[in-house]
Design a protein around this ligand. Structure first.
Ligand SMILES: [Zn+2]
Length: 320
């Protein structure tokens, strides 16, 4: 699962102790970030010993890797830092090539450093806040408010429809109005205050596809550090084969069997469902070689991963 399954012991009971934390930092290894990009060496994250020049920069304790303390550190935007044999890389493409453990560590680091960048001042009184507990709390010395890292839950779902033979062998995919290449994706949306996962799945499908649904089944979840989401993958049983598109977020929707051409974001949900109903799932020959390779990597190496569809990327980017 991309960004999930971190091997680190976050040592939550120790990181609130400043003396313990200082000892860890003195022997820690650091994953540098520059403009929200992790430093990579080849196809792995680059972990470096601390440097005197990094004193005072925003650092976050990531956890213990078999006893070795790891930290993330946010380097200044200017000038661009240079490291021999290593380079800063955008997180999304990096997530495709990194080993699962490195992807999880880098994702945690990015989510935490992004949060610090966007929460330097108290949301209650506007005063500058200080990072505490290894970076897992920001404290306001003016009004004494404490602020904690946030995670925004998002549902991504595949509605399952009954086919002509009475089998649940069709699903519904949406096509965003911005898509120009014929790709379709799973439906997705933020969970709103006061909603359960099931409520959010039902509301999003009603809003975007005019679809009434019954039972909702949990599939898997995935941290999504752009900047701070948790994707919750679900199946939803449609109560009928009727649907309409809203014309704004969704311009088209298709009923499909397990064969077809879904966007990679929908493929984990599609794949497991297709296996369950025994129809298999083929790649369309219309997919470009690059897309095929990327999709193949997702399916072969991250078989249970779910990725965010483009419809969510734009909404998440707007919050960054
Ligand atoms: Zn305050």
């Amino acid at each position: 699962m991309a960004f999930g399954g971190s091997p680190l012991d976050r040592a939550g009971y120790h990181r609130t102790d400043p003396t313990w934390l200082a000892n860890q930092r003195s022997r820690g290894l650091f994953l540098p970030f520059w403009k929200s990009q992790p430093l990579l060496r080849g196809e792995a994250i680059a972990l470096l010993p601390g440097r005197p020049a990094w004193e005072g920069l925003q650092a976050v304790f990531l956890g213990l890797d078999d006893g070795q303390p790891l930290f993330a550190i946010d380097l200044p935007d200017d000038p661009e830092p240079v490291f021999d044999g290593a380079a800063f890389q955008e997180m999304r493409p990096a997530a495709v090539i990194l080993p699962a453990r490195d992807c999880a560590i880098a994702g945690q680091a990015k989510a935490m450093l992004d949060w610090h960048r966007r929460h330097r001042f108290c949301a209650n009184c506007g005063a500058a806040t200080t990072a505490e507990d290894g970076g897992y709390r920001r404290h306001c010395p003016n009004c004494q408010a404490d602020h904690f890292p946030r995670t925004d839950p998002v549902v991504i779902m595949l509605p399952i429809l009954e086919g002509k033979g009475g089998l649940d062998d069709h699903c519904l995919l949406g096509r965003n109005a911005r898509f120009t290449n014929g790709l379709h994706s799973a439906f997705a949306g933020f969970i709103e205050p006061g909603e359960t996962v099931e409520d959010a799945v039902a509301r999003e499908l009603e809003e975007e596809a005019g679809m009434k649904i019954g039972a909702v089944t949990y599939h898997a979840s995935q941290p999504w550090p752009f900047p701070s989401s948790l994707m919750i993958g679900c199946y939803a049983r449609a109560l009928s084969r009727d649907f309409t598109v809203d014309g704004t977020q969704i311009s088209d929707a298709n009923r499909r069997t397990g064969d077809g051409r879904p966007q990679p974001s929908a493929q984990s949900l599609m794949r497991r469902w297709a296996m369950a109903i025994g129809v298999g799932m083929r790649m369309s020959s219309a997919i470009s070689p690059a897309s095929r390779a990327r999709a193949s990597a997702l399916l072969n190496h991250r078989a249970s991963a779910i990725s965010v569809p483009s419809t969510m990327n734009s909404r998440l980017s707007a919050l960054a």
